[in-house]
Design a binder for this molecule. Structure first.
Ligand SMILES: Cc1ncc(COP(=O)(O)O)c(C=O)c1O
Length: 389
């Protein structure tokens, strides 16, 4: 493995102050990300916001190229930079021209924000929402998905990595089925981006939503949407402004031809530059290296937790990611989170309504979530283990 952990931790000021295991919430940014934002804020303050954006235009535009490299897209025309993963996902989903009776297929681990949008589309547009059953190991069952397909399936929309519990869904196998049946495929990569390699061609998704602050280690309040070139023209954004569409004559507008039709005019340029710095930082380390180390650290944490008789791991999936979830017998997870935070150890709590289908099926209460990143070290894992009752 090719990771210079000493340098990486030196680049990450937060590692001096906290043991951060809330990387699936919002990871600690490296110095490059902090500086990219601060520098731009200083420039805006010094010369004016519009003038600063003009001066930095090349750097701002280069953020699209960094994202293209990160997800192996074909061109920057396939990328829209928006406020967060939810905006990215919503802009894609609500733009799909559903007809009554169209079917949407999703997985048991689907994220709450996405599922309520499915329910709204069922209520307002008469679409039918169906859930692929999971295999015993936890992934969505590919054979079951294949058996559900016919030409009434307009959309397959799944979470690559759900908000809780280790699982990595078989995104590329889903892509093959979507393509074979001509269904649109929207992948929520919010928890996988920056954690593991993502190649949109290999996965075969048409749309992909992602956020900056989680495993990418970017700023809060920034994310992006990938839209496959061939389908951009078929999607009219549900909300537009005069950036997304040119006001061409008194009664007409013309939508932008690229994915930026899903953006609008005003932007947080400091956050965009921070996102670009985060992507470049991850690419420099190498996503394969990042993924390898995350899996190694998560395995160590899971093994040590599983040795405790008072702790029950609640992770699923045959290949598991950096998100480790568990229950400590007789302990309130919110109290535990508070106590750990007082000791300088950050974890989070996943509540059932984030993934209600999975939580109901597995009868999961609120559970503790310790999400590891490559910059964590073995001492920090030991500290967490010592601090748990
Ligand atoms: C699977 C999944 N999708 C989407 C989101 C929403 O991301 P954002 O908060 O950037 O909108 C989350 C947030 O935790 C998530 O876990």
């Amino acid at each position: 493995m090719n990771i210079n952990l000493t340098k990486i931790r030196k680049d990450t000021p937060g590692t001096e102050f906290v043991c951060h295991f809330n990387n699936a919430g919002s990871a600690l940014p490296p110095r490059e990300v902090i500086d990219a934002q601060l520098k731009h804020l200083e420039l805006e303050a010094a010369i004016g916001g519009y003038e600063a954006a003009d001066r930095e235009i090349d750097r701002i535009e280069a953020v699209y190229d960094s994202i293209v490299k990160l997800i192996a897209a074909r061109s920057r025309k396939e990328i829209a930079i928006v406020e967060n993963a939810t905006v990215a996902w919503d802009m894609a989903f609500y733009s799909i021209p559903f007809q009554p009776g169209d079917r949407i297929i999703t997985s048991e681990a689907e994220y709450g924000a996405n599922y309520v949008a499915f329910l709204q589309a069922a209520k307002n547009k008469g679409v039918v929402v169906e859930v692929v059953p999971s295999q015993a190991s936890g992934e969505l069952d590919i054979a079951a998905l294949a058996s559900m397909m016919d030409n009434s399936v307009k959309l397959i929309a799944i979470s690559h990595v759900p908000t809780n519990g280790g699982l990595v869904n078989p995104a590329a196998a889903v892509g093959q089925i979507a393509r074979a049946h001509g269904a649109l495929y929207l992948l929520d990569a919010c928890q996988s981006i920056g954690q593991m390699p993502i190649d949109v061609e290999e996965i075969g998704c048409d749309l992909l939503s992602a956020t900056g602050r989680k495993y990418l280690r970017g700023p809060r309040g920034i994310g992006f949407l990938y839209v496959r070139k061939d389908i951009i023209q078929s999607l009219e954004p549900v909300i537009i402004d005069h950036f997304a569409a040119e006001w061409t004559s008194l009664n007409e507008y013309t939508l932008r031809p690229d994915a930026r039709r899903f953006e609008n005019w005003e932007n947080n340029y400091a956050a965009r530059l921070g996102l670009g710095a985060a992507v470049d930082y991850a690419l420099e380390i190498g996503i394969e290296n990042i993924w390898e180390r995350i899996q190694k650290l998560a395995l160590r944490l899971r093994q040590r937790l599983s040795e405790r008789s008072n702790i029950k791991l609640t992770d699923i999936g045959s290949q598991q990611c950096g998100i480790v979830t568990f229950i400590v017998d007789g302990e309130d997870p919110f109290e535990l989170q508070k106590n750990l935070r007082a000791m300088g150890i950050n974890v989070s709590v996943s509540i059932p309504s984030s993934t209600l289908i999975d939580a109901t099926r597995r009868r999961l209460p609120s559970i503790l979530r310790a999400s590891v990143h490559y910059y964590n070290n073995e001492n920090e894992i030991d500290r967490l283990l010592r601090a748990l009752p």
